[in-house]
Ligand binder design. Structure first.
Ligand code: HGY
Ligand code: MN
Ligand code: MN
Length: 412
């Protein structure tokens, strides 16, 4: 099959999409259901329609752009990722899988390939947890990993519910209509930047993911006693921020002493009240992100974090409440799909290496719905979730060619 990836147009599309952002270039911010997100969706849908794909969106805003195959009874082969971006992020996270997936389909069309199984590009709503506190909202609902009732409880930091926000953004219908049955897809393949340094360090151009780490996130609220920064002497204080500081270091230590380098813990959000320089912090809210490739180890670290909360609360006479936001199992990718990716790499005479994904992805939840695997391309210095995130045109085009070959292999 003579596959020619239109690299220049693809790079130009990545640059164009990066302009649809609420941040100063080169940073990208694109939060779910904001006007910028809706503009990006409309921009993408136009390109999918130009490519001759039939497009639909579901009640949570997942986008499905389908190249209908000759056998309407055969389950579709899916590819895709996300376009939303955390504040001050880069332009490649998720986008490489969406626009790369679109270019893979276009290059197959140009090659004269005709699929028996339909090939469908999926763009998932809110892969990032930024607005509603939980990531992979679209793929969780699609795979039944999150119930519509649970989703209806979600509110953003302004107290606006997911239900009102999505309807205001024009997404009608009921969340009960989102879930798809197992068997709807024959396979799902996601191309993504590695968001780590291994491929670049080992000078291997492609990674084939066999396992996706288990993510969990917690909200921890520390309640102390506020007061005047001058009038309250140190022995009389119950400073919520000092207690939170001790807890943050205990969380770091719990990850560092888990016995494996695969355990990671991050306190990415710390809100201090009342937030005045001359007022003792009375309350602190922390959002904690905990991950490991091994579920048991991750849960053991969560147990240590709980014990640290109890110890610090007793010692400092503060109250500490933990709310579990999500705790997901890791995903094993499917040998058959991994095999299809490695065959495609071999056919394109490209070296590849087996990898674990430490970031989570929509594939984590699509694995509850269909056989999945992921294809990683390098990103410079492993940087991601930062404006200097970068993947080279060569690496992107190479990944697209292998993705196209894999999709053709699965769809014939
Ligand atoms: O946080 C993650 O792993 C993903 O980038 N949302
Ligand atoms: Mn991300
Ligand atoms: Mn991503």
């Amino acid at each position: 099959m003579n596959l020619d990836v239109d690299r220049d147009r693809l790079i130009q599309e990545i640059e164009e999409l990066a302009q649809i952002s609420d941040a100063e270039a080169p940073a990208v911010t694109r939060i779910v259901f904001t006007p910028t997100d809706l503009k990006a969706r409309a921009w993408l849908i136009t390109r999918c329609e130009k490519a001759g794909l039939a497009v639909r969106q579901d009640p949570i805003g997942n986008i499905f752009a389908r190249w209908t195959g000759s056998d309407s009874n055969a389950p579709a082969v899916g590819a895709g990722s996300h376009m939303d971006a955390i504040p001050n992020a880069g332009k490649f996270d998720g986008v490489v899988g969406v626009l790369g997936g679109l270019e893979a389909i276009r290059s197959l069309k140009r090659s004269g390939f005709r699929p028996r199984h339909s090939i469908e590009l999926l763009v998932f709503t809110s892969e990032e947890p930024t607005r509603f506190g939980i990531g992979c909202l679209g793929s969780r609902l699609l795979s039944g990993s999150l119930s519509p009732d649970e989703a209806k409880k979600l509110v953003d930091k302004d107290g606006a519910s997911l239900e009102e926000v999505r309807r205001k953004a024009g997404f009608e219908g009921e969340l009960e209509e989102v879930k798809l049955p197992r068997g709807h897809y024959k396979a799902f393949v996601e191309m993504h930047i590695e968001q780590g340094p291994l491929l670049e360090r080992q000078k291997v151009p492609l990674g084939i993911v066999r396992r996706i780490a288990a993510p969990a996130s917690l909200r921890i609220s520390v309640e102390g006693v506020g007061g005047h920064a001058g009038g309250v002497l140190m022995p009389d204080r119950r400073d919520a921020l000092c207690a939170a500081a001790e807890l943050i270091l205990a969380i770091e230590n719990a990850a560092k002493t888990s016995g494996a380098v695969d355990t990671v813990a991050t306190v990415g959000i710390c809100e201090v009240f009342p937030g005045a320089v001359n007022s003792i912090p009375s309350r602190v809210n922390l959002i904690v992100d905990l991950r490991d490739t091994d579920l048991r180890r991750r849960d053991a670290v969560m147990g240590k974090v709980k014990a640290a909360q109890e110890m610090i609360a007793a010692k400092r006479l503060v109250s500490i409440q933990e709310t579990l936001l999500n705790a997901d199992a890791p995903a094993e990718c499917t040998p058959e799909i991994i095999g299809a990716l490695s065959q495609a790499c071999a056919k394109h005479r490209q070296k590849s290496m087996p990898m674990v994904s430490r970031a989570y992805h929509d594939s984590l939840f699509m694995s509850r719905l269909a056989p999945v695997a992921m294809l990683f391309i390098p990103c410079r210095n492993g940087y991601s979730h930062r404006p200097d995130e970068y993947a080279s045109p060569e690496d992107i085009a190479r990944g697209v060619a292998v993705l196209a070959e894999t999709l053709a292999n699965l769809a014939e």
